[in-house]
Write a protein that binds this ligand. Structure first.
Ligand code: HEM
Length: 470
């Protein structure tokens, strides 16, 4: 691999403020940071946002992103080592840390678990979990939608990864995942990911010390589950762990325990944090702009009683609403980094071999030429016009395109449809939510505080979806 960590050569449209200031600003206020930069350089700019790395070129010009992401096994590569920021959580053998042929093989292995028909088998679980979580909130008692959605998404991912969402070990895994995620919930605490100098074990009371201890307890539980499952293979199971344990490469070698652990961590964390945020934004918009929630309900009414989950999935307004939710504040702001493998040119700028480039979803989705009045939440724009995969790209693209996209969208639609049709909710705060850094993602700053005012009094239809059970 020819990636170069100190691409100090030619950096087009370089932001010249001191790099430490840029790093702090990027961690503390990524939206303000990107919006300022784009005022100066509309399509692309270079900046140093990670202390151990050279300049990154942020690109938000759709055709250029397409050129990069459709060539990211040759002219560009997607080196795992540049995702080092996630290494303490995911380990060295996660899909995200691999590259080249081992990356391709791992994706081929995991991908079928998140596709098409497999999703249908999760629908009953998703609907039941949404109801279970919402039923625990007494009427008129405030709760944070972000936390409630995390409870749902965590159980869904535990079921798809391990085939279990109950039981002692599962509860412990959930608890530790919550603890570890909470370390990165504010911009300040997210600094632990960005500034390696802060990653010091100063005992179990220090944030990083606690993180390391939680991680090793979680590892023990994961290795215990892996050990038991290896000892008792069951080909009838359809969960991802069973699949990963059973696969062998051309030499008859399977994945090691360490490789399994890292992949499980990846799916568990990538799979629940992001989806929970997307769903909480969805609940926010449906109540902040109640006419949008009403339109979803009207569309659901048209499906009659006990709608088929796949029919819910295909509803045009619900689809447009979810797209607009993922457009306006994309949960992931950037693609993983790509590295130029030859001297090239983008938008008239020279790009040297070794230059690191990232696609900036946040800025693409804020382009006035694609999305007039981009700050306005307007699902209809997705009905009036089709966008290319590089104009609307909440899940990235190319060789690292999100593996969990189908699950995330399916879950988001079913959860929103279930909650909107069964519960009447209100936002507690009339002030708008703004996006704030949460680890490497953007999430609602105040967590979307809501109350349940009543169970919806409509007799019919209530979402009582059935599914082809596993
Ligand atoms: C709304 C929810 C989600 C969003 C917005 C999201 C977004 C993304 C983005 C932007 C990327 C990087 C793509 C690139 O570099 O081009 C990515 C990669 C990835 N996502 Fe997601 N994701 C979501 C849900 C999920 C779920 C549910 C899972 C797993 C069950 C998942 C697993 C992954 C994995 C494993 C990768 C790395 C792929 C690779 O390195 O090859 N994501 N995701």
């Amino acid at each position: 691999m020819r990636s170069r960590s100190d691409s100090s050569g030619v950096s087009p449209n370089l932001l010249t403020t001191p790099s430490i200031y840029q790093q702090i600003k990027w961690v503390a206020d990524p939206v303000g940071y990107m919006e300022n930069a784009v005022l100066k350089y509309p399509d692309l700019f270079s900046t140093k946002i990670i202390d151990s790395r050279g300049n990154f070129v942020f690109v938000n010009h759709p055709q250029t992103i397409q050129e990069i992401l459709t060539n990211d096994r040759k002219k560009y590569t997607a080196p795992g080592e540049l995702n080092e920021i996630l290494q303490p959580l995911l380990g060295d053998y996660s899909t995200i840390m691999l590259d080249g042929s081992s990356h391709r093989k791992r994706r081929q292995l995991v991908m079928p678990s998140f596709h098409g028909d497999r999703m249908k088998s999760y629908s009953e679980l998703i609907v039941n979990l949404a109801e279970k979580v919402m039923n625990q909130f007494p009427v008129n008692q405030p709760f944070l939608a972000r936390d409630a959605m995390q409870e749902i998404s965590m159980q869904v991912i535990l079921e798809s990864v391990f085939g279990l969402h109950e039981g002692e070990r599962c509860q412990q895994i959930k608890h530790l995942m919550e603890q570890m995620s909470s370390l990165f919930r504010s911009p300040f605490s997210s600094s632990f990911l960005f500034f390696t100098v802060l990653q010091k074990d100063l005992g179990s009371w220090s944030p990083w010390g606690k993180f390391l201890r939680d991680r090793s307890r979680l590892d023990e539980l994961l290795y215990a589950e892996i050990g038991e499952r290896r000892a008792n293979p069951n080909p009838a199971r359809i969960d991802i762990l069973e699949l990963l344990i059973s696969v062998k490469d051309e030499d008859g070698e399977g994945l090691s325990d360490k490789e399994l652990r890292d992949e499980l961590m990846t799916l568990l964390f990538a799979g629940h944090e992001t989806t929970a945020t997307a769903m909480s934004w969805g609940l926010y918009w449906a109540h902040y702009l109640p006419e949008t929630g009403e339109k979803i309900l009207k569309e659901l009414d048209g499906l009659g009683n006990s709608p088929d989950p796949m029919n819910v999935f295909r509803l045009p307004y619900l689809t447009a609403f979810c797209n607009e939710t993922l457009r306006i504040y994309p949960v992931a702001m950037l693609t993983f980094p790509r590295v130029a493998q030859e001297d090239t040119e983008i938008l008239g700028h020279r790009i040297e071999s070794g230059t690191v480039v990232v696609g900036c979803m946040y800025l693409v989705h804020q382009r006035e030429d694609l999305y007039p009045q981009p700050k306005k939440f307007r699902p209809e724009r997705f009905i009036e016009r089709q966008f290319s995969p590089y104009e609307f790209m909440p899940f990235g693209g190319g060789v690292r395109r999100c593996l969990g996209e189908a699950l995330a969208i399916f879950e988001m639609k079913l959860v929103l449809a279930t909650i909107l049709s069964r519960y009447q909710l209100q936002l507690v705060d009339s002030q708008p939510e703004i996006p704030r850094r949460r680890g490497v993602t953007l999430a609602p700053a105040k967590g979307v505080k809501m109350i349940v005012t009543q169970k919806r009094v409509r007799q019919e239809p209530q979402l009582a979806m059935t599914s082809s059970k596993k």
